[in-house]
Write a protein that binds this ligand. Structure first.
Ligand code: APR
Length: 171
């Protein structure tokens, strides 16, 4: 498994699965979530609504992951996961790590060999980038390397890319 860093837009990644930084409603939002629904089209929201009408009647809990079609995106699946909101008083690192772990579990079950992640929780949910990058890289590296050909972190801006670069190189 190679871990790669890319500066760019998650919605343009030609991979088997892209991971969405969703919220528990699964009904869309801003940031990555908004971009994925805008670019992927209505089939993604329809599939999310079906999940809410079924297994996830109360929404997707923080730290868990579930897959839907990727609609018009150049991917086969979107794996939706809900990151924890940053808290200075409550250590939610385990929940953030769980987003990466659970998303890769779902990807492996689907047979996805290439997976693209955003920097989960580091936007609207205010998780500090350096710490978010460390948790992301460490959690992905701890997974069974044989299950995937590539796990790609797609960073939207130079600051995020630098934070992940530092996490990958251990600087
Ligand atoms: N491609 C890649 N990365 C992106 C994109 C994009 N198109 N758009 C935003 N990002 C980056 C942000 O810069 C940030 O580093 O993704 C990271 C995660 O930011 P958010 O999308 O705000 O996600 P998060 O912090 O997990 O907050 C989730 O925001 O959009 C709502 O519905 C979503 O309520 C949920 C909350």
């Amino acid at each position: 498994m190679t871990v790669t860093l890319v500066r760019g837009d998650l919605t343009g990644q030609h991979v088997d699965a892209v991971v969405n930084a969703a919220n528990s409603s699964l009904l869309g939002g801003g940031g990555v979530d908004g971009a994925i629904h805008r670019a992927g089209g209505p089939d993604i929201l329809a599939a999310c609504r079906a999940l809410r009408a079924g297994r996830y009647g109360k929404g997707l809990p923080t730290g868990q992951a579930v897959a839907t079609t990727a609609g018009r995106l150049p991917a086969r699946w979107v794996i939706h996961t809900v990151g924890p909101v940053w808290s200075a008083s409550d250590d939610r690192s385990g929940l953030l790590a769980s987003c990466y772990r659970a998303s890769l579990e779902v990807a492996a079950e689907l047979g996805a060999r290439t997976v693209a992640f955003p920097a989960i929780s580091t936007g609207v949910y205010r998780w500090p980038l350096e710490d978010g990058a460390r948790i992301a890289v460490d959690t992905v590296r701890a997974q069974d390397a044989g299950r995937f050909d590539e796990v790609r972190f797609v960073l939207f801006d130079a600051t995020a890319h630098a934070a992940f670069e530092a996490a990958v190189t251990g600087r």
